[in-house]
Ligand binder design. Structure first.
Ligand code: NAD
Length: 335
């Protein structure tokens, strides 16, 4: 298949180019983000390959259909950015990479937690300035703490396993409970109880209409004082303004985020010479107890290799018209 690959970064290209000789697909790597203007760059292709912040909305789907492009391969897990209903109506088939390396994302969530708990981000800068003072670097042990895990799919489960190794008590909330996690000593509770009892909370559920702003003024009010909140899932799970208010009052003691509600205007780009216009992220960056990374939790060699492999296999299945192992359907979204 001829594939237009949008939002391509050097690491995406390297991952695909390593495997492409084994496949018969022809990739055009485009740095451009997918939007109404750039979608025409896919003219003459059989498929597009897009990433998390490429909005495959109704207008894009209509344009793809007009160009006879009936295949979309998402090189990511989440698909909240896709108008699945419109795509289904127009006969466009969509595949994703369901779990390329759950451990990559889970380990990044742990990295955010440990950086905040031991202030290694501050220590790194301080020592480079020949400042070996320990003043202000007092941290806290993660061992023995109660950790609340919201969403125990592939990534949430991997996160539970790691936190168990740290000697934490783990509470979980997920509409679908996993027997193997229960058998390993993890306790499923209601969302309310999880929020009330967990000193550390990590988000691993998808973004859906139901989970949008799951963390808001009301749910924050249930949390213990000084709670640590980690989000490596999707930015809009958190109502940013409510979190800023809670940080000001020290209700939220630490915030570690790899995703941000308005990230599509900021992340994956070098804006170091520009004026940052987003007031909320600018405010978040002023807090000493907030750590932000730019949606890099997935970015490991292992995950990139798996993303390329599964995407190319998805294209093989789409081309052959076989049953699709990783199809995303409108019905699935509606469940
Ligand atoms: P998954 O589908 O394996 O697991 C998601 C889990 O969330 C499922 O068990 C589901 O039952 C549960 N869930 C659904 N609705 C819920 C709700 N209202 N409350 C609690 N749990 C709910 O997905 P995954 O591979 O574990 O990925 C989780 C999320 O992580 C993805 O949706 C994606 O948004 C995000 N992600 C982020 C990165 C990154 O680089 N930061 C990379 C990959 C995935």
């Amino acid at each position: 298949m001829k594939v237009a690959c949008f939002s391509t970064k050097s690491y995406d290209k390297e991952g695909f180019e390593r495997l492409l000789p084994k496949y018969e697909h022809e990739f055009t790597f485009l740095e451009a983000k997918l939007d109404e203007k750039t979608v025409s760059l896919a003219e003459g292709c059989d498929a597009i390959c897009s990433f998390v912040n490429d909005h495959v909305d109704e207008a894009i789907v209509n344009k793809l259909a007009k160009m006879n492009i009936n295949n979309i391969v998402l090189r990511c897990t989440g698909y909240n950015q896709v108008d699945l209903k419109k795509a289904a109506e127009l006969g466009i088939r969509i595949c994703r990479v369901p779990a390329y390396s759950p451990e990559a994302v889970a380990e990044h969530a742990v990295a955010l937690l440990l950086t905040l708990s031991r202030k290694t981000h501050k220590a790194y800068n301080r020592v480079r300035d020949n400042n070996f003072s320990l003043e202000g670097l007092t941290g806290f042990n993660v061992n023995g703490k109660t950790v609340g895990v919201i969403g125990t799919g592939a990534i949430g489960s991997a996160f539970c396993r790691i936190m168990k190794g740290f000697g934490c008590k783990i509470l979980a909330y997920d509409p679908f409970e996993k027997e193997e996690l229960k058998n390993s000593g993890i306790t499923y509770v209601s969302l309310e109880n999880l929020l009330k009892q967990s000193g550390i909370i990590s988000l691993h559920c998808p973004l859906t209409p139901e989970t949008q702003h799951l963390i808001n003024a009301k749910t924050i009010s249930l949390m213990p004082e000084g709670v640590v909140l980690i989000n490596t899932s999707r930015g809009a799970l958190i109502e940013t303004k409510a979190v800023i208010k809670a940080l000001k009052k020290r209700k939220i003691g630490y915030l570690g985020i790899d995703v941000y509600e308005q990230e599509e205007h900021i992340f994956f780009r070098n804006l170091s010479e520009e004026i940052l216009m987003d007031e909320d992220i600018a405010r978040l960056m002023t807090f000493p107890n907030v750590l932000i990374t730019g949606h890099q939790a997935f970015l490991t060699q292992e995950a990139l290799a798996q993303i390329s492999k599964v995407t190319l296999e998805n294209l093989n299945e789409l081309e052959k018209g076989n049953a699709l192992s990783n199809e995303v359907k409108w019905a699935e979204e509606n469940k």
